[in-house]
Design a protein around this ligand. Sequence first.
Ligand SMILES: [Zn+2]
Length: 297
Amino acid sequence: MTTTSPEISTPDLHCPQCGYNLRGIESELCPECGLAIDRAAFAESQLPWSHRKRIGYVRAYLRTLAMGLLDSKKLAMEVARPVSFRDAQKFRFITVLIAWIPLAALAIWGRSQLLPPFQNFLKQGLLNIPEGFAFLWPWEVGAMTFGVAPLAIALFLIFMSGVASYHFHPKAVATQLQNRAIALSYYTCGPLLILSLAVVLLLTMSRIAQSFPNLHGGAWKIAVATGVISAALPIITFLGWWLTMLRLHRRVVHASGGGSVVLAITLPVAWIICAAFALVGVVWVIGFIELIIRSFI
Ligand SMILES: [Zn+2]
């Protein structure tokens, strides 16, 4: 990750529409795209989050969240203005925390429900693992270990919200622009909240459906509709996230060109690797270590 230097000392001014460097330009119009140059407005961040002390934290947070989710063009234009890296990190970790709380609570609750039968199973030893499940066994042990599932979920959310930033380091782009783009990419992490909401919704509905085995008519349709929405929401938001990143990337590497195709392919792969590493790999390794320790006592 690239470190940021304070941007106050840098006199660079970029056109928010085309990214052209306006330093030393006397004209009132951008020579590249013809946009009227408003030096005061171009130099000040338009991100609601950077004005949170004035407009209030909650309002600033919600407006910035909406901007990252719905108005990626406006967000991408911020590349032309100073972007505070610390502000962006703060926004990212607040979002991760809000997404994490319900998921962690569900994981803790789920563990409490599954623990008594699982402990019986564990006492019977390795001989009772069904055929073909031996490979999954460390993962199951890890997932049932106190605190591991909430930890894995936290890692998953942190990785997911940060992985795109690794794509904003093309050498041809000025370091200042790279740093801004990395910070801006953190403002797009709203899909994590929708993912969290969808998981909670899906599990709540499946729980309700289990409590009423004789669901029929309208109730059944509502359950199915909720399931479809819960599945569609993350897909739509991840697609939106992906498009936002591409737009941001294109705007940042405007001068150098290219690179977007690589991002388009590698970003979904990176997300899958993040999910697999946090939710499968880490849990599996912890379970494996625990099984080794258990075999000695
Ligand atoms: Zn321009």
